[in-house]
Every structure is written in C-alpha cells, then in structure tokens.
Design a protein around this ligand. Structure first.
Ligand code: KG4
Ligand code: ZN
Length: 326
C-alpha cells in the first residue's frame, strides 16, 4: 500500500520460491494456484500492516503484464472484485514500468534518465522521458540477465533462483580467474546476449570438472564479472550517446552486489547521477506497481472492466495511453 505514489505504507510479499525451487524453476500452473491461495491473504495483510480500511483507498493498481497469464489473471480478478465492490478506480500497470519507477519510493529522479531493467525476463535499456514515456534503446536477443544467472547456477548445482547464490559465492572468488566471453560488447548496439555465455560456462565446467567444486567461487565470480561488465559498458555507451547523465538500474538483478559496484564506479568516474533502489524494491514487489498506478489515476486515466492480462507487453506501447488522456 502506497500513499501519493511515494510513501510505502506496507509491502507484503508472498514468496513461492521454496515451492518452485523443488522443480528448479517456476512451474506456471503451480504459480497460478499459489497466487489464488495467497491473494486475499496478502490484500488483508497489506491493509492491516498499513493500518488502513479498504474504504480509505483512492484506487487500485494491478499488474496487467508482461508475465504468466494464469498468475496475472488471479491478480486482475481480485483487483476487479475489490474495485467493483468498493467503487474504486482501477488501473492496469506494466510490471517493467513498476520496476523502472520503484526508485521514486526512495529518491525522486529528474527526467529524462537512462534506465537498465534487469530481471528474470528482461535485460532492457530504456530512455525514460517521463512516466509512460519509454523508448527502448536495446534489449537481450536471447536470455535475460537473471535467466543467465539462474541457468548457470543450475548447471553448477546451486538452488533456484541462482542469482543470490552466485552473488554470495562470487564474493570470495577471483573475477579474473576465468576469461569468459563478453558477448556483443563491441557490436555498436545496445543489445545484450547471454545465452552464449551460459554455454561458455558449461564448456568450461565439462573441461574442468573441479571448477564446479573447489573452484566454484572463482567460476561464479568470473561469470558474474562478464555479465556485469557487459551490462555496465552498454549502459555507459547509452549514457554517452544520449548525453543523459542520470541513470536508474532496476529489477531483481539490480540486487547483485557486483553490478551495484560496477555501476557505482562508472557513475563516479563519469559524473553520472546513479539511482538504484534498495534490494527489497529491486526484486518483485507490490509497492512499485503503485508508483505508475498513482500517476495514472491522478491524471484521470483508468482501466475499464474489460482490463485483461497482457502476457507480452513492450513498454513502448504505453505512450498511446497517455496520448488518449492528454
Ligand atoms: O525482478 P525479479 O524479482 O523478477 C522478475 O521480474 O523476473 O528478478 C528475478 C531475477 C532472478 O533471475 C534472480 O536470480 C535475479 O533476479 N536476482 C539476482 C540477485 N537477486 C535476484 N541476480 C543476481 N544477483 C542477485 N543478488
Ligand atoms: Zn520483476
């Protein structure tokens, strides 16, 4: 629950990680069932943590996409029920827009800014000219950064989700121990590719099985360094080309300690104003959805009851919503 799109009153997270970890990744059918079991409990908890009655709400923002259709539909149905029952305006929000604007819950950032969104499903560079005004500069052509972390973790026997585990192992490893490739580093685009890097780790592990054992810290640190270097250098190129010296890094992978320090070093060297939310606001959370939600509702933009899940929803397509309103 968020006040004025800026102040977090409560931010309840019902994690399914333990359940999906048994299967080594998210099982869509289980995800929707668990959403169904949790959604009312989470709403009740959010109200009680915030000490707010449903009647005091001004509106409801719900994730409309992108994501797994079944899980999205559970949230959308619950939000519609609450909206209809209480006569509250409803707004469908893009999950990635929530990630990009989560930072406003801690620090306001002036527009325009460059944003790197790195999560389990996204590795995108955007130019952000305002709420709802996003231009994609580049994106992954295959795996997302988080997906690469999770897949590499799996192949070296670490539990799902692997990003946190790799981050922890890498803390005591040598990032220069193994020279993994830096895919697309100098191709002149702002695109990323991480699937070849994952194959390079697999090839290395097959050749040197001990790198999965005693050498695992060096392996984790070297892989992480390759990902962070590519993410940071491409972001730096976007900052240089646009001349926009404000940068936001967002999404679950923005929790990564090496990425945070790579970005901090680059920002300090280039005089770039860097904003990265606290880890709890980088990983998926409900509060971040309320930031654009508040903006749209305040602007009188809301969704009708024909609001439907959009499993695929590129951010660039948001602009039409604003054009319709102003
Ligand atoms: O944004 P998010 O919570 O969910 C999605 O929208 O996908 O991101 C989840 C991703 C997972 O791939 C997870 O392994 C990764 O973020 N992640 C990390 C770290 N913490 C979470 N990756 C690297 N280092 C971390 N510390
Ligand atoms: Zn996310």
């Amino acid at each position: 629950m968020v006040r004025d799109g800026r102040t977090v009153l409560s931010n309840v997270i019902a994690s399914q990680i333990d359940i999906h970890a048994e299967y080594g990744g998210v099982v869509p059918e289980i995800a929707s069932r668990k959403h169904l079991e949790s959604v009312s409990v989470v709403v009740e908890q959010a109200l009680s943590d915030a000490g707010v009655e449903v009647g005091a709400l001004d509106g409801i923002a719900v994730t409309q996409g992108p994501g797994l259709a079944g899980a999205l539909l559970v949230g959308i149905s619950a939000a519609k029920g609450l909206s209809l029952g209480r006569g509250l305006p409803l707004i469908g929000v893009n999950h990635i827009e929530g990630h990009l604007l989560a930072v406003f819950l801690e620090t306001p950032v002036a527009f325009p800014f460059i944003a790197l969104a790195v999560s389990g499903g996204h590795s995108h560079l955007y130019r952000v000219d305002g709420v709802g005004r996003y231009t994609t500069l580049g994106q992954t052509v295959d795996d997302a950064a988080g997906e690469a972390f999770d897949k590499v973790a799996k192949l070296i026997g670490l539990p799902y989700p692997g990003g946190v585990a790799i981050d922890r192992l890498a803390a005591t490893g040598d990032p220069r121990a193994i020279k993994f490739p830096r895919p697309l580093l100098n191709d002149g685009s702002y695109n990323f590719s991480f699937s070849g890097l994952k194959t390079a780790v697999l090839t290395h592990v097959n050749k040197f099985p001990e790198s999965k054992g005693a050498g695992v810290n060096d392996l984790a640190a070297s892989f992480q360094a390759a990902v962070c270097e590519v993410l940071t250098k491409k972001t730096a190129a976007a900052v240089a080309a646009t001349g926009i010296k404000r940068l936001v890094v967002a999404g679950g992978v923005a929790c990564n300690s090496a990425l945070r320090s790579h970005m901090a070093r680059f920002a300090a060297e280039q005089g770039v104003e860097l904003s990265i939310p606290s880890p709890g606001l980088c990983s998926d959370n409900a509060a971040m959805i309320a930031v654009p939600g508040d903006f749209y509702l305040e602007a009188g933009i809301n969704s009708g009851f024909d609001l439907d899940a959009l499993p695929v929803w590129p951010l660039d397509r948001l602009a039409s919503r604003l054009k319709e309103a102003f």
